[in-house]
Unconditional design. Structure first.
Length: 332
């Protein structure tokens, strides 16, 4: 397996094409168990299953990890990385690309700091780096366009820029932003986000109206979360399964690989996850797969007849009717 990368605009840093997520079921497993949940008295609590999975993912060949303040999995990501580096002295921190995200209302976290100031992205990442026992993060994102009362989006973005200028975040971006919110940053004459992380798969080819074109025109790299939705959350509905079966037979690969390759064909990074070693290996085997342009188009066209938004993050569901009408989807 030869790792593949895309280039992040502005910095020209390389980002591995496939990220390993610690949200999905991991965050709910961690939050729902007393022995693993983080609390004010135990902010660095970890879930051994998640830490082991992160180590296994790195050993299997993943080199890009995704966490977020909201998931409460920062300590697990940090422990996974540090334990892996101890176990593999030939590897360096700089071999691993780490993404973290600021949230305006993470669990158990007051938004007023001890000195009376509002907890924005700057304080969030400072705390996150301590929780992860890391010196820097490769990519820091605003998880949504929401900010705490008293902190404007522009002020939050200025804090992101400060983190970048100080080298605590090598690259900065946003997640789940629509054009309206990206334009607020653009009109403030500040540097634009380098990366935009959104839900993207054949059943949701624009998370909000025209977002893909806008990102392209403004030199913003897209990361897709939920790339496997057609065979996971939406597997019992939707018209893609027969086509995926046909293509997986034709190319001798899994449905997972077909879906990941389809996303990569748009020069979009994928963030997925699995607790299973066999699936981790399968995901990484996508690098050698080549799909014909004709088959990529078939997936695009069939996917475009069905509607499925797996993550209803406000304000995005407001666009559902408009997006459905644009695509003439056949399901209500
Ligand atoms: N920015 C955001 O707002 C946002 C939102 C959502 C997610 N994310 C990030 O993106 C990461 C990936 O998220 P996702 O849940 O949307 O990923 P996904 O790629 O759509 O799905 C991954 C899940 O699918 C299961 N899976 C994988 N292959 C499968 C198969 N062939 N058949 C059935 N199940 C299969 C895995 O379970 P097993 O463990 O059983 O393999 C895993 O739970 C998250 O962990 C998080 O880091 C970000």
């Amino acid at each position: 397996m030869t790792q593949q990368y895309l280039t992040i605009p502005q910095s020209n840093d390389k980002i591995p094409l496939i990220g390993f997520g610690s949200g999905t079921k991991w965050q709910w497993k961690k939050k729902s168990s007393e022995s693993t949940a983080v609390s004010n008295s135990n902010p660095t609590n970890t879930d051994p299953d998640l830490v082991n999975s992160i180590i296994k993912a790195l050993e299997t060949g993943f080199s890009h990890l995704d966490t977020a303040e909201f998931y409460t999995t920062r300590p697990d990501i940090g422990k996974g990385i540090n334990d892996y580096l101890l176990k593999h002295p030939e590897s360096k921190r700089s071999d691993i690309f780490v993404t973290d995200k600021y949230n305006s209302h993470p669990p158990n976290t007051p938004n007023i700091l001890d000195d009376g100031s509002i907890r924005g992205p700057y304080a969030s990442l400072k705390q996150g780096l301590k929780l992860m026992n890391l010196d820097y993060i490769d990519l820091f994102l605003l998880h949504t366009d929401s900010t705490p009362e008293g902190l404007s989006l522009i002020d939050a973005w200025k804090e992101m820029i400060k983190l970048k200028n100080e080298g605590l975040a090598k690259n900065i971006g946003v997640s789940n932003f629509d054009i309206k919110h990206l334009e607020i940053l653009k009109n403030a004459n500040l540097i634009l986000p380098q990366v935009l992380q959104i839900e993207f798969h054949p059943y949701l080819q624009n998370q909000s109206p025209n977002i893909l074109n806008y990102a392209k025109e403004n030199n913003i790299l897209i990361e897709a979360y939920g790339p496997l939705v057609p065979i996971t959350k939406a597997k019992d509905e939707g018209p893609l399964i027969p086509l995926l079966n046909e293509l997986s037979l034709k190319y001798g690969v899994s449905d997972t690989q077909i879906l990941l390759k389809w996303v990569h064909s748009f020069n979009i990074v994928t963030v997925t996850t699995s607790s299973k070693i066999e699936r981790m290996k399968d995901i990484l085997n996508v690098y050698s797969l080549k799909l014909s342009d004709e088959d990529i188009k078939k997936i695009t066209d069939v996917g475009n007849t069905w509607w499925y938004r797996a993550f209803a993050i406000p304000p995005l569901p407001e666009y559902n009717d408009q997006l459905k009408a644009e695509r003439h989807v056949i399901n209500p």
